[in-house]
Design a protein around this ligand. Sequence first.
Ligand code: 17E
Ligand code: FE2
Length: 422
Amino acid sequence: MTYDLVLRRGRLITFDTESESVDIGFKDGLITAISADLKESADQELDLNEKLVSPPFVESHIHLDSVLTAGQPRWNESGTLFEGIKIWGDRKREISLEDVKNRALTMLKQQAAQGILFVRTHADVSEPQLIALQALLELRDEVKHWMTVQVVAFPQDGIYSDSQNEILLEKALEMGADAVGGIPHYELTREDGVRSVKRVFELAAKYNRLIDIHCDEIDDEQSRFLEVVAAEAIHTQIGNRVTASHTTAFGSYNNAYAYKLMGFLQRAQINFIANPLINITLQGRADSYPKRRGVTRVKELWQHGLNVSFGHDCVQDPWYSLGTGSMLDVAHMGVHICHMTGREEVNACYQMVTQNAAKTLHIEDKYGIAIGKPASLIVLNERDAYDAIRIRNQPRYVVSQGKIVASTIPATTSFSSTGNCI
Ligand code: 17E
Ligand code: FE2
């Protein structure tokens, strides 16, 4: 048999041309044929009837260690990042390997059903036993035949706020974390914040890891660690391996400073991740009116050619008690709060939860619909990316490494103008 599975008559997603109808053949977990009319048959065949075929969604920023804990041990009443950190500080004293693994696995399945097959998660490593990290590293291996997980060692409480934290961060890299993180705006002083960014770059060089820093997640226009990240990236020339997450203060910088900074960022060529769903709720809490949106300058970064993706950040945890994990919800919120409502801009928001995120995660070798790549793709009910974001349905099929791992039949509604629905 030439193929294990053939998908017939799918329309490959495009953004500026008409999409073409193709048959796609899979063998041994890889895409081995894409053609207008594939002659050979396979054991398993599906007629997609001109449905849209897209590369899977990529979740570039989530905290899987805290998912599904909302309300434990209490709800976040102020809605702020800092109350969230406090509540999680209490909750994490009670974590166990099983607790983290069970919740994270539940979430990964929910994500896969929604078409996400690549996930970058943060693991809090300012917890003395590194349980969250251990759990997520174990899970990374256990799910790798259907989900690709990347783990960032994230020092939630700061690298220098406690004498143990720097040691724990390095230990996390020895244990196998894929990326090193930081939180400079939460270090005790500006100087510690700068020092923490430099330390993150040193550790990344020593262990040859990616960098993903929670950077300037605050409405304080004086929070200026993004320039430090950019400077380190310019000096080390590793910008494409570096990500600045959140950077919400960039939305509050004065335009003169923002203009200068944008030039430095173009030299640095770092990646950006915005988390519109949660930052629209966490930020602006100290404002009366007018209230800031508390999101980074997504549209301008995109217009300046920088790589931007969107993440969900949290699902039902101390920072955000809502959500299902859907990247289409994330893109939808991004369209709104970043004012990305133009046709091309909406398409760009779709790319921010697919190909741009893949670039940030350095998974491009296994991402995309092309011969020789892993057979991982999604089939959508909608006619194009624009409608996928507008309607936010679950994908009809999710194929991971050659296997159909989830299928969802869209809801159907009967309508009767006489009022007698049947
Ligand atoms: N921790 C943090 O510092 N910021 C966040 N947005 C979350 C956790 C979710
Ligand atoms: Fe985050």
